[in-house]
Design a protein around this ligand. Structure first.
Ligand code: OOB
Length: 573
């Protein structure tokens, strides 16, 4: 290990220079005395996202940071490229400290590069999923006042360049689109740029941008909430709070320099980013293996090829791997931990994981809003199979309450409320929603029903929020209903979850047609919803045409009755 980072550069401390936090309107701050406690307790260390990479590059310049297909980037290369990409972002797109940039990228090295390039400028990535479409993106870009959209021309056969331009066209704050695989698409004529050149190639000759000093209390990135209303909510995570959860997650999951984490789930998701995920790997100076192909052959093939040690999954993904031929044939001896989270893992599936993969199972119950629970690697078998783990921090306040917010006895099911050193105090620019989603003393109402053991371990037993969890993908019924109501033949609609063995839940739409309208075919309705800009994963799996929607005593739609109704209708046609 070289003392000067191997490049004559001083070793950065990872600690932000003392600059005042940037007030970003709409961020709900931690109360000052609470923040002081988190600092005094050593949870908040003053480290920043940029410092995280700088330090890794200084201490382990040669270590491979990212493997993406046949490409590999060392920590030094990643750090230098991030600095050069920052020069491009600042110089050509005018991106400055505190500004929000919408990032929509698949699991490719450019995602990591762009996130760290933005961090160098003190700019704020807004992490969207490739599956998001116009309706979500427009709302997110508007709420965040995003100045730029960074994406790729095509992801999984879909024209994201066109989508980004469409969003740019309807959101005035967005003044540019940067395609990482065709950087000069916008500038081909004016600047004489060459079409089709990727960001790595284009930025190579550029000088590295210096680090823009930020405050560790600044927003590091914006995550998306699964949402329970018609529009997604934005979650502003600060450097201090996010990196605390990252460091502790890396420790709890046993990450070290030897660790190789396979990102087969969407990389922008909070689980893949921080639990311990991408950032945990950088913290531990391990290696990140990226793939856009989560199939058993693709993913388990990479485990074998790159000697992967840890892999985050959601239940349907791990079920597909368990049921595959590769589970028996691939050499999985390098695996130490298979993490499963995002949705409830059934006991029967949980029991199969350790024998099939020859490694530890770790259950992860987390949320982009903050709180993450893990079963620990040395927990007994019963705990690992039957609980969703224990909170990260002794300062995570966990309350299990009845419908009047009174604590229930241990061992009794109740609603989970939480606050703590890495849990937000309110969504970004959503004061009305915050009044409902947070208690007056700052607890987040998770909407999850849990049972807490004497020792603090939680088991998720249900949900009180209006949300569908489709194998870890979160869907707000209201958003799907609003989209369907725009259809000329639809008079009324209610969207619920329907039980599914693999996904946990599927999306079912109960549709009342206008008088005289013939039931449209499921494919037509799906096409309509796609044209409406609804994300594909939110599109109903099943449409049920009903005469009327059942009502509760107070005249609201009786979702519970609908949810338990047998499935009578058209599936994915
Ligand atoms: C993770 O984050 P989100 O924001 O996509 O979703 C959070 C919600 C939780 O409130 C809960 O309803 C559900 O997803 N959930 C689980 C679960 N993990 C998450 N429900 C049952 N069992 C589990 N193990 O999903 C997320 C964020 C960080 C790490 C892991 C997952």
């Amino acid at each position: 290990m070289s003392g000067d980072g191997g490049a004559g550069r001083p070793i950065p401390t990872g600690l932000a220079d003392a600059v005042a936090p940037l007030p970003i309107d709409g961020v709900v701050p931690y109360p000052p005395e609470v923040a002081a406690h988190y600092r005094a307790a050593g949870h908040w260390t003053g480290a920043t996202l940029d410092g995280l990479l700088r330090e890794a590059a200084a201490q382990e310049p040669q270590q491979v940071a990212v493997i993406d297909g046949e490409r590999a980037l060392s920590y030094r290369e990643l750090d230098e490229l991030a600095g050069r990409a920052a020069t491009l972002l600042a110089g050509r797109h005018g991106v400055a400290r505190g500004e929000r940039v919408l990032v929509q990228l698949p699991n490719v090295a450019e995602f990591v590069l762009v996130v760290f390039a933005l961090a160098r400028l003190g700019a704020v990535p807004v992490l969207t999923l490739p599956a998001h479409r116009r309706s979500d993106l427009r709302h997110i870009a508007q709420t965040a006042d995003a100045v730029l959209i960074v994406t790729r021309s095509v992801i999984a056969g879909f024209d994201h360049g066109a989508l980004a331009r469409e969003v740019q066209g309807c959101v005035p704050s967005v003044h540019g689109v940067l395609l990482v695989d065709d950087v000069d698409a916008d500038h081909a004529a004016s600047a004489g740029g060459r079409r089709g050149a990727g960001i790595v190639e284009v930025v190579r000759p550029l000088p590295e941008a210096p680090t823009v000093p930020v405050s560790p209390a600044d927003v590091a990135l914006l995550q998306l909430s699964g949402g329970t209303t018609g529009t997604p909510k934005l979650i502003a995570r600060t450097h201090d709070d996010y990196l605390y959860s990252v460091r502790e997650s890396a420790r709890i999951c046993g990450l070290g320099r030897h660790s190789r984490l396979l990102a087969a789930m969407p990389i922008a998701h909070n689980f893949t980013m921080s639990s311990p995920g991408v950032l945990g790997v950088v913290h531990a100076r391990g290696t990140l293996v990226l793939t856009q192909d989560p199939s058993p052959a693709g993913a388990l093939g990479l485990v074998e090829r790159h000697r992967v040690t840890i892999v985050p999954t959601v239940p349907p993904l791990v079920i597909a791997w368990l049921n595959s031929a590769q589970a028996a044939t691939a050499d999985l001896t390098s695996l130490e931990v298979v993490q499963v989270g995002g949705a409830k893992l059934s006991r029967s599936v949980a029991e199969r994981i350790e024998p099939a993969f020859g490694c530890r199972l770790q259950q992860v119950f987390g949320m982009a809003e903050g709180l993450v629970n893990y079963t620990r690697l040395d927990d007994d078998r019963e705990t690992v199979l039957s609980t969703q783990g224990l909170r990260i921090s002794p300062d995570d306040d966990v309350l299990v309450v009845d419908e009047r917010d009174r604590p229930v006895p241990r061992g009794t099911a109740g609603a989970l409320l939480t606050r703590g050193p890495y849990t937000i105090r309110g969504y970004f620019r959503a004061p009305e929603h915050n009044a409902r989603a947070f208690t007056p003393d700052g607890f987040y109402r998770t909407g999850d029903l849990v049972v807490e053991r004497e020792d603090g371990y939680l088991t998720v037993v249900g949900r009180s929020k209006d949300q569908i969890n489709r194998g870890g993908e979160k869907i707000a019924p209201e958003e799907v209903e609003n989209a369907l109501l725009a259809h000329p033949d639809v008079h009324d609609v209610s969207v619920t979850g329907a039980p599914d063995e693999v996904l946990g839940e599927r999306v079912r739409a109960h549709v009342v047609l206008r008088d005289g309208a013939a039931p449209p075919r499921a494919v037509e309705l799906r096409r309509f919803l796609a044209a409406h800009g609804l994300a594909t994963y939110k599109t109903p799996d099943v449409f049920a045409f009903v005469e009327a929607l059942p009502a509760t005593g107070v005249g609201k739609v009786d979702r519970r009755r609908l949810a338990s109704a047998p499935s009578t209708s058209r599936g994915r046609a």
